[in-house]
Design a binder for this molecule. Structure first.
Ligand SMILES: Nc1nc2c(ncn2[C@@H]2O[C@H](COP(=O)(O)OP(=O)(O)O)[C@@H](O)[C@H]2O)c(=O)[nH]1
Ligand SMILES: [Mg+2]
Length: 415
């Protein structure tokens, strides 16, 4: 253990106060990655909000309502603001809410998020890993678009957000907030928050530990879910062209804080907490995934007696268990083989016995037949000799001139 470090003063400028600048320069050179998942029904305004949020046109084509299932569609973009480069991936949930049976709508989303974690884990586990150049596709933030019904959350919203809250930073937003009145909106927000709490859904909270942003983030946390309006159109307000939605009765300005919460969302999502969300993704959500996966693979930091166990010890233990399993399998197969051989032997013995029985039967039949033939032969021979005797007797009688002939009886039946 190191002794407590002693504080020493410097006599002059050394230069390590430049370290933060070095970090910033390096980070700027490397560029940033941000992956944003948009969940919401087709036509709820996801693509429009993305264009509004990043003040550009991603030229996303409208999706049809005819998808048989939910498909996750990631689209990567390279953005440049000042000298800061960002690789932005927007992941769209094509077909969300379009099926008659929406029970499993969350599944492709959960799978997608897990696949990105798995890809990162596999890269991390490589002997020769390349995390510096690795394009991180893990989802840093998820905007969940709530329909502006004024009636609270739907079952699909609750189920989906519940499944996602341990995997990703979920930020619920009320879409098309220009379609809901001011009073209704307040009640709607309260209802949504109450429903989220009642169902134990832990949505992303803007961090309040850092003093520089604690005040604004604390205040913004009370405005969740943000009521947002998106637009790809512009209107003249005063002498400025602003993003707006124009209606016969007036104009909704997207970037007007009294019209909607769009500015709050942009401030929180992009300007203040983007790095925090990236950190939380790595330190909390990915960490949980990694822990679960490694435990599934049989790795643990402690053994069954709760004593620390090194990676090598775990490997050796696993190898030992594997060998034991193999030996057990081998023994089982051997026993199965012996059993099969025994069964086959018994079968063969039965067949042999049957053959013997048939053979004995045939032998008996043959013996009986042979005996019959022999009897018949004997009978024929007797008849022949009787015939010969009679013949001689007859010839003798003829020669002696006597006509007396004593006829003998032929024995046996003639066949
Ligand atoms: N009233 C209203 N309409 C919107 C809003 N955002 C988008 N829309 C409209 O909703 C329709 C579908 O928007 P789109 O962004 O393609 O929805 P996506 O399918 O979720 O990507 C388009 O006609 C948009 O102009 C909004 O904030 N308010
Ligand atoms: Mg779209």
């Amino acid at each position: 253990m190191l002794d407590k470090a002693r504080s020493v003063g410097l006599a002059g400028h050394v230069g390590f106060d430049n370290l933060p600048d070095q970090l910033v320069n390096k980070a700027v050179q490397k560029g940033f990655v941000f992956n944003l998942l948009c969940i919401g029904e087709t036509g709820i305004g996801k693509s429009t909000l993305m264009d509004t949020l990043f003040n550009t046109s991603f030229e996303a084509k409208p999706n049809s309502h005819k998808c048989a299932s939910v498909i996750l569609k990631p689209q990567a973009y390279e953005l440049l603001e000042g000298n800061v480069q960002m690789k932005l991936t927007i992941v769209d949930t094509v077909g969300y809410g379009d099926q008659v049976n929406k029970d499993d709508s969350f599944k492709p989303i959960v799978d997608y998020i897990d696949q990105q974690f798995e890809a990162y884990l596999q890269e991390e586990l490589k002997i020769k890993r390349c995390l510096q150049a690795y394009h991180d596709t893990r989802v840093h933030s998820c905007l969940y678009f709530i329909c502006p019904t004024g009636h609270g959350l739907k079952a699909i919203d609750l189920v989906c957000m519940k499944k996602l809250d341990t995997r990703v930073n979920v930020i619920p937003v009320i879409a098309k907030a220009d379609t809901i009145s001011k009073n209704e909106l307040l009640k709607f927000k309260e209802k949504i928050v109450a429903e989220l709490n009642a169902n134990g859904i832990k949505i992303y909270q803007f961090p309040t530990e850092d003093d520089t942003v604690a005040e604004i983030n604390t205040s913004m946390n009370t405005h969740i879910p943000f009521a947002i309006v998106g637009s790809t159109e512009f209107a003249r307000v005063g002498n400025k062209m602003v993003r707006a939605r124009q209606y016969p009765w007036g104009t909704v300005q997207v970037e007007n804080d009294t019209h909607c919460d769009f500015i709050k969302l942009r401030e929180m999502l992009i300007r203040t907490n983007m790095e925090h969300m990236r950190e939380v993704t790595h330190a909390k959500h990915y960490e949980l995934y990694r822990k679960t996966r490694l435990e599934q693979m049989g790795f643990s930091d402690v053994d069954s007696d709760n004593k620390p166990m090194s990676f090598q010890q775990t490997c050796e233990k696993k190898m030992h268990m594997h060998q034991q399993e193999l030996a057990q399998k081998e023994e089982e197969m051997k026993q199965q083989f012996i059993q099969r051989v025994k069964e086959k032997e018994a079968e063969l013995k039965d067949a042999e016995r049957e053959l013997h029985a048939i053979f004995d039967q045939i032998k008996d039949d043959n013996a009986r037949e042979k005996k019959g033939m022999e009897d018949y032969q004997k009978q024929l021979e007797d008849e022949i000799s009787e015939f010969q005797r009679l013949k001689i007797q007859y010839q003798t009688a003829q020669l002696s001139g006597s006509h007396t002939l004593s006829l003998g009886t032929l024995k046996g039946k003639k066949k």
